[in-house]
Design a protein around this ligand. Structure first.
Ligand code: KIV
Ligand code: ZN
Length: 549
């Protein structure tokens, strides 16, 4: 069975109309972003509500149709983040996830009720494996739960999505019955989830085609897909699903998500655009904002993008071999299927250095998508001048590091003011550290350690006094050359939760200290959001950074 979908209607960008009819008629695939929910579920991420809001703002500018902002019943912090996003962003649909329990649905509604376009996303296991081992429910009981909980969500909002979890391993006849039940109860979107990333493009496409023909009331719902990448087929499966009738794709920026992650938004969107001849659908995404969005998510989540990652990896548009370079010089289309500018990778026309002034600095930042308030621009410019004294040429990656540092400084409860270490192969390793605390108080101390970083972390822990364990530490150079900025990424664990920290400096010891402070500050802000910790009211009076409109 390989039915082609009738591709009707124009393919221009439309305002968000996520109704089944709107989705079918517009020639447009709905992009449902779950970076803040499934992406945030990845081991090692833990974003504060403010960081989630920053990502949501960027997703809004990117033009995604639906933002799944979180799973409100899962924690106080998640609830707060979803509420914040729902109250601020007016254009996109804001979705809150809920499992099939009355309290979860009520909590999801409580979090998203302030949204202009609220959506409740109800999910329930559909495979026998999950029903038996996780829920200990029969198929009949599952049908009842789906009916009741979708109806409960419908009592709150018109827009309800239902996901049969592990749909690709469910018995198809039962899956169709479950979908029919959910649609009868009021679901306006049904989302076929390849939860464990088990399916292949052919098989998944056939399943979607079967859903389109075997679910009697399917014309009343928009068909969505949610694919995980355990076998590296999430994007291929999602695209094949579109060819066979799906009109919504769930995806995440940089493909982050549970285990091997989800279908990568940037790959899905650019495949639909570049191979419009095959798929015949467009999206509402402004592709020139993809690169910037990828950087924001990588920066805040702490997940580096691998160099060979499609679309947004550092090497994605670099041509190394002589033959390729020769072709590129003669005619870019010899080896380039996409223009890097179409995904927002800035053309490196201007190299900044020691003699560059504030005007050129501001201009280049704007080209990279950043606009800083005057005070923050002053800070970043001073840091740029200090860096230019050490490096001959300042690359775009250096500038991004400077801005990231400035962004991180906005959420500093404790600020690193000074660090001094001594080290060597026969000496004692010691560190002296001075921090500025939440009330502006100066806090200093010194310690010995097995190495300079160990000594420094001991001092910082003694001052801040929050128990935690360092579980990951890595250093990367952001560009080639001895004078590159060192970027340190660390993860610490406290009370079973993982917090990421990043820091950048030409001195890797300073970068290590900054990364540790960043992780600790995020830990403190998370505890504040969940009500476990109190902070003085005006701790955050710092200059701000805004992304360019
Ligand atoms: O992978 C999955 O099944 C999910 C559901 C909640 C849609 O994330
Ligand atoms: Zn998932």
């Amino acid at each position: 069975m390989d039915e082609e979908v009738d591709i009707s209607g124009d393919d221009g960008n439309h305002p968000s109309d996520n109704s089944p009819k709107g989705a079918r008629m517009s020639g447009r695939v709905i992009i449902f972003d779950t970076t803040l929910r499934d992406g945030e579920q990845s081991a090692g991420t833990s974003l504060t509500p403010q960081e989630k809001l920053a990502i949501a703002r960027q997703l809004d500018k990117l033009g995604v149709d639906v933002i799944e902002a979180g799973f409100p019943i899962s924690s106080q912090g998640d609830f707060h983040a979803v509420q914040l996003i729902a109250s601020e962003l007016r254009r996109p649909f804001i979705c809150g996830l809920a499992h099939c329990r009355p309290a979860a649905i009520d909590r999801a509604w409580e979090a998203i009720s302030g949204a202009e376009h609220p959506r409740i996303h109800v999910f329930l296991s559909a495979s026998d494996i999950q029903l038996a081992h996780m829920l200990k429910k029969s198929r009949q009981e599952a049908l009842e739960m789906a009916r009741e909980m979708v109806a409960r969500a419908k009592g709150y909002t018109e827009d309800v999505e239902f996901s049969p979890m592990d749909a690709t391993r469910a018995e198809p006849a039962f899956l169709f019955q479950l979908l029919e039940t959910a649609i009868d109860a009021g679901a306006t979107t049904v989302n076929i989830a390849d939860t464990v990333g088990y399916s292949t493009p052919n098989e998944f496409g056939d399943l979607i085609a079967a859903v389109m023909t075997r679910v009697s009331n399917i014309s009343r719902a928009c068909v969505s897909v949610h694919c995980h990448d355990d076998l590296g087929m999430a994007v291929a499966n999602s695209l094949e699903a579109v060819r066979r009738g799906a009109r919504q794709i769930e995806c995440t920026v940089n493909g982050i998500g549970e285990r091997a992650g989800n279908a990568a938004l940037e790959e899905v969107v650019m495949a639909l655009k570049t191979r419009h001849d095959i798929f015949g659908f467009s999206t509402g995404v402004d592709t020139t904002r993809i690169y910037k969005t990828s950087r924001v998510v990588s920066d805040l989540s702490g997940f580096m993008v691998q160099p060979n990652k499609a679309i947004v990896g550092g090497n994605a548009f670099r041509h190394q071999s002589g033959i390729h370079q020769d072709g590129m010089v003669k005619e870019a289309s010899t080896y380039e299927i996409m223009d890097p500018r179409s995904v927002g990778i800035p053309a490196s026309s201007l190299v900044l250095g020691k003699l560059s002034g504030k005007h050129a600095f501001r201009e280049r930042l704007a080209e990279l998508g950043f606009s800083l308030e005057e005070e923050a621009l002053g800070h970043a410019f001073r840091a740029f001048k200090e860096l230019a004294d050490k490096k001959r040429e300042i690359s775009d990656r250096d500038l991004e590091s400077l801005v990231s540092e400035e962004l991180r400084s906005k959420t500093e409860v404790y600020r690193l003011d000074h660090v001094d270490v001594s080290c060597g192969d026969h000496s004692l390793h010691s560190a002296a550290v001075r921090l500025i605390g939440p009330n502006g108080e100066v806090l200093s101390d010194a310690a010995l350690g097995t190495g300079p970083v160990d000594a420094m972390y001991k001092v910082i822990n003694r001052i801040v006094g929050i128990p935690n364990t360092l579980v990951e530490f890595s250093i990367n150079a952001n560009t080639e050359g001895m004078d590159a900025i060192g970027e340190v990424l660390i993860r610490i664990e406290s009370d079973g939760v993982m917090y990421t920290g990043r820091g950048a400096a030409t001195d890797i010891v300073v970068a290590s200290a900054k990364a540790y402070m960043n992780a600790l500050n995020r830990l403190i802000l998370s505890k504040q959001a969940s009500g476990e910790m109190q902070l003085p009211e005006d701790w955050s009076k710092k200059p701000g950074v805004q992304e360019a409109a």
